[in-house]
Design a protein around this ligand. Structure first.
Ligand code: CU
Length: 146
């Protein structure tokens, strides 16, 4: 291969390798929100919609800043013998398309709040996926009583 063509190939490869990691990633999140909590509440809850425009993936972990809560967990609601219970999921399959976390269903449980969640604040959640790059989403807090 002539040296000039080799140089073009090498420069192209470097441009491809230097693109931002987040550009064109198949998994993103939108419509995130969290519920304001009364004083003394131990746990909070957050909702969001995860959009997967690629091949099926899996949510492995959700993390939250330690200044907000001790831990974020993936929870779902199940009806069992007329009782509503929450189940802690270790991971969650994300088929192609949208997976909605919403009241009465899937939710992110914020275990061990450091302080009450106040309306008009926001915090970040980071989603760790099996295949796609991590997704960080800003979560505004809403006061549902307003
Ligand atoms: Cu829960």
């Amino acid at each position: 291969m002539p040296r000039s063509i080799l140089n073009v190939v090498m420069v192209s490869a470097m441009i491809l390798a230097s693109r931002p990691l987040t550009a064109g990633e198949p998994v993103s999140a939108h419509d995130a929100w969290s519920r304001a909590t009364p004083p003394g509440a131990k746990n909070g809850v957050a909702y969001l919609v995860i959009k997967n425009s690629g091949a099926p993936d899996r949510l492995l972990d959700v993390t939250v800043d330690g200044a907000v809560a001790g831990e974020a967990q993936i929870h779902t609601h199940v009806h069992e013998g007329g009782m509503m219970q929450m189940n802690h999921l270790e991971t969650l399959d994300l088929p192609t398309g949208e997976t909605a976390f919403e009241p009465g269903g899937l939710h992110i449980m914020l275990m061990g709040l450091s302080q009450p969640l106040k309306a008009d604040q926001s915090f970040e959640l980071t989603l760790t996926l099996e295949n796609a790059a991590p997704v960080t989403v800003s979560v505004p807090v809403r006061d549902m009583r307003r």
